[in-house]
Design a binder for this molecule. Sequence first.
Ligand SMILES: [Zn+2]
Length: 548
Amino acid sequence: MKTSLFKSALLGLIALALGCLLCGRVDQPARAQAPTYDLVIVNARIVDGSGNPWFRGDVAIKDGRIARIGRIAPETAAKTIDAKGQILAPGFIDVHTHVESIYSTPTADNFVRMGVTSLVTGNCGSSTTNVGQFLGRLQEKPLAVNLATLIGHGSVRRDAMGAEDRAPTPDELKKMESLVEQAMKDGAVGLSTGLIYVPGTYAKTDEIVDLARIVSRYGGLYATHMRNEGDKVADAIRESISIGEQAGLPVEISHFKISNKKLWGQTPMTLGLVREARARGLSVTVDQYAYTASSTSLSSRLPSWLQAGGFEEAKKRLADKATRERAINDTKDALKRSGFKDYSFAVVASYGPDKSFNGKSIAEITKQVRNKTDVTSQIEQMLAMYEAGGASMIYHGMNEDDVKRIMQEPFTMIASDAGVRQVDDSVPHPRGYGNNVRVLGHYVRDLKLISLEDAIRKMTSLPAQTFGFRDRGMIREGFAADLVIFDEKTIVDQATYDKPHQFPLGISYVLVNGAVVLANNQLTEARPGVGLRGPGYAQTDNQKISNR
Ligand SMILES: [Zn+2]
């Protein structure tokens, strides 16, 4: 028995060797079979972006897209990433950014390192007015992340009629309409407004409705930094909804908040207005950053009449004693209405003429420079800083309970309101380094305010659905392979108001269109980002550029 077994085994081996030799001869030169996939991520807990509970699985990628989800043998792919049981989610889509300068920092480090793979810029009424050129630059200057833009009403208005505080003439309106129409044809995803800023603030509702109608024709949305986020926030929400209703397009209320101390706790009312609109069949959504401080210009706290016609005009007005007095009184009234007793809630993020001001409040600076503590002196200090070129500010004006309530609402998405950060002398808002991660670490894990799956939904499929990125924001076969792998037990934001220039921890990998842009805490050389163009682009005669 033993001998015959041995013999047949031996014969078998010989036959095998011969067979191999033969096949080697037939198929020379011998080649390994080409792998089916470019990359497979194994051993992941997949949170697919839909809000469904996580499931275990592997994800295979081919040509920048998700080719298969399931159990996938590593040898079928050229490369393997072992997720080691960590969370695999769609890359985060940040729909509220200000990254007009992204081509000078194509790595977009601060976004990539918090798991963001797609950005929507052109918010708050401020954008390029040449969308075709802006997105076209991606060809010669590739980016690490995908990029979309809105067309900013303020920028269009400035192009057509400067910083004038009046309604546009018919010709000026026509110019604005044609700029907006061209932007939509060039691939803008919608129209943005910044109705507290010069010059957007000078526009009446009908002007915006007129432009929004054009955007509606091209399938875009209306994203708004509302006219008021303080004492008149309810009116401002109503105006936003009414613009969407009249023009027939979806409304996205940007950085939804209450920044008036007297109205703290009123988010059930403000969210209620959005819910009512939705109940009437109007598409209204909001976005939010996960902090109780906002960040914007110093000049946004000064009267808009003062700034009509531009900076030089404002300086001339301030040189007149009576007008200066009026500006101080109006600013004082606005402070009173906002419920704050002085400007200790207003902290300088960046002030060019004197960097020692950065990180200090207006109250502290006034004490230091003028040895005064009264509000009038603080406003005088603000005017002096405005006349010297202005400052970027952080305003600690919100209430934590309101932030939480907004976050829990199903139609709220998570967006940073940040730009591309450079480590320098300024002390910017920490949201640019930590926003998504703060939600996942602080609000999901530590406070258990919302579930992990819901938080991911707010960062992925909800923004994709709202802004029309039909093949992104979910882990689905055929979708673009924008992915992030992170450890939900250790993920933590490190950026603080005092020390904002700190990257978060706990994100292991970030992939954009199937290419690894972050691995082992290191950015790679890959620049796989593409332009994400709105539906108006496909309606034009231009060659349709696919999302890959
Ligand atoms: Zn804004």
